[in-house]
Design a protein around this ligand. Structure first.
Ligand code: NAI
Length: 480
């Protein structure tokens, strides 16, 4: 088995944490008991790109328990939990000397070059005769491996991969390097891979956004299931997950007292709502910035001040971006922030904060306090603390969302994988959300574990509100 992780000897520790997590992931464990015998994913070759955490380990092993062959990379250079990666490679039955699990290509603290080299390896399956074969399903978080297939095919068809000098973007340079190499080695590689993919299931807001854009411009190559917009994903993971893991990241990164400080949360979508509540729960005075009048009004009526960043940049202590947009915190803001202001991002990509611009401020020095915590020292001695180099801090500085909420997200992922793999014909090219009855089912699977007593409709009540006793209970347009 090929793999690349930091240290296989961490597998025993990882296994213990996987077992703890399984107890907190009733949805995923129900998938195993419900579908284990039927093996609905037998024949599926799943290429995955998603934060390689303990919770993801339980997801991977659930896909394997349902019959899938899986290869995995992370979707972020700082988010891997090395003991989780090691445990997945070793597998529940294997040993460090004879790993028998799933190939993983991820470690905490990859360089951008390493990241893209490893991302490409999820496409290298082998068939029973040892021949190279591509995946037939993708499981993506943020859309990076989906992008590799689309760009790979585009460049292959054009017969040329743009030179790395054609871009100033350091990350895109690496994408071009990896694709140039693969096209040079095999001029039909991406045509073959793209032709074999039945579909992708996408985890997050930013990746989903990229899929809808591709579909709109007519360039989407295969159907996609938008897992993010299952209610039991975005209204739980994005909100309650961030409510848990945002302050975890700030605390582990800085251990600064949050109570009494002024914290600015940029964006009041699902992640912003969870983040603002997280900080308020610690006693911070929270200010929101928004561009959407509906979300701005929501924030105000939830009791938050809503201001422009420019109005509070000189006085606030903590700045968190949650927008999924770019250029939110820029050089002109850094220059006005006060000494020891803390800046972090919890949105998917690092471009919410202009890190390149920060590095170019004349005389500025970047000083590492510890991995993923840096102070940027200005010429006049002012210091700004930046977490996870502007990448999502809840996974870079802490361990991301806890198992219970990820069980909701990942049960949707498993259901979406089964849908796309077993009902391919029902999904022409397009972007779909899972049907509501499955969304309700995911929630239902998590009720017992936290002692919820669900009231049952009588037949008469069901008829009165026009639903079936067994659900779905809400129309598609209901917003929760
Ligand atoms: P969303 O679309 O619900 O919220 C984003 C909000 O930012 C919107 O209300 C939008 O109006 C606002 N916004 C956009 N531009 C802005 C600007 N210039 N200034 C102020 N506000 C602005 O998206 P969601 O689901 O909250 O996701 C946000 C980001 O977080 C995405 O990149 C997503 O992929 C990522 N994410 C990260 C997670 C993590 O664990 N770190 C978990 C889930 C999602």
């Amino acid at each position: 088995m090929d793999y690349k992780v930091a240290d296989l000897s961490l597998a025993a520790y990882g296994r213990k944490e996987i077992e703890l997590a399984q107890h907190e992931m009733p949805g995923l464990m129900a998938m195993r008991s419900r579908y284990g015998a039927a093996q609905p994913l037998k024949g599926a070759r799943v290429a995955g790109s998603l934060h390689m955490t303990i919770q993801t380990a339980v997801l991977i092993e659930t896909l394997v328990a349902l019959g899938a062959d899986v290869r995995w990379a992370t979707c972020n250079i700082f988010s891997t939990q090395d003991h989780a990666a090691a445990a997945v490679v070793v597998g529940p039955e294997g040993t460090v000397d004879a790993p028998a699990g799933t190939p993983v290509f991820a470690w905490k603290g990859e360089t951008l070059a390493e990241y893209w080299d490893e991302a490409e390896k999820v496409f290298d399956f082998t068939d029973a005769d040892g021949n190279k074969i591509g995946p037939n399903v993708l499981l993506d978080d943020g859309g990076d491996i989906t992008m590799l297939v689309h760009l790979g095919l585009e460049f292959e068809k054009a017969g040329v991969v743009p030179s790395q000098d054609s871009t100033d973007n350091e990350e895109y340079k690496e994408v071009l390097r990896v694709l140039a190499r693969s096209v040079a080695n095999d001029s039909t590689r991406w045509t073959t891979i793209a032709g074999g993919i039945l579909g992708v299931t996408e985890e997050t807001t930013t990746g989903v956004h990229r899929l809808y854009e591709r579909f709109k411009e007519g360039s989407l190559l295969f159907p996609a299931i938008n897992v993010n917009d299952s209610v039991t994903k975005s209204k739980f993971d994005n909100k309650y997950g961030c409510r848990h893991s945002l302050i975890d990241g700030i605390n582990r990164g800085t251990d600064v007292m949050i109570a009494g400080k002024t914290a600015v949360v940029c964006g009041y979508g699902d992640v912003g709502k969870g983040s603002a509540e997280s900080l308020r729960g610690q006693g911070a005075r929270v200010v929101i910035t928004e561009i959407d009048p509906i979300c701005a009004l929501q924030a105000a009526m939830d009791g938050f001040e809503v201001k422009r960043l420019e109005s509070v940049v000189e006085t606030a202590d903590i700045f968190i971006t949650t927008t999924g947009n770019f250029d939110i915190i820029r050089v002109e803001h850094f220059e006005k922030m006060k000494h020891q202001a803390i800046v972090g991002n919890i949105g998917h990509f690092d471009n919410e904060i202009d890190m390149a611009g920060l590095a170019q401020i004349p005389g500025i020095v970047k000083d590492e306090i510890k991995p993923q915590v840096h102070q940027w020292i200005f010429e006049d001695g002012k210091k700004i603390i930046v977490l996870s180099e502007g990448r999502l801090l809840n996974l870079g500085n802490a361990t991301g969302h806890p198992s219970f909420v990820m069980s909701n997200s990942f049960t949707n992922q498993v259901l979406a994988q089964i849908e796309i793999f077993t009902k391919t014909d029902e999904y022409p090219i397009g972007v779909y959300v899972l049907p509501k009855h499955l969304d309700e089912e995911v929630a239902r699977l998590h009720l017992d574990a936290i002692g919820v007593e669900l009231t049952e409709l009588t037949k008469e009540q069901a008829a009165y509100i026009g639903v079936d006793v067994a659900g779905p209970y809400k129309p598609e347009h209901y917003r929760y």
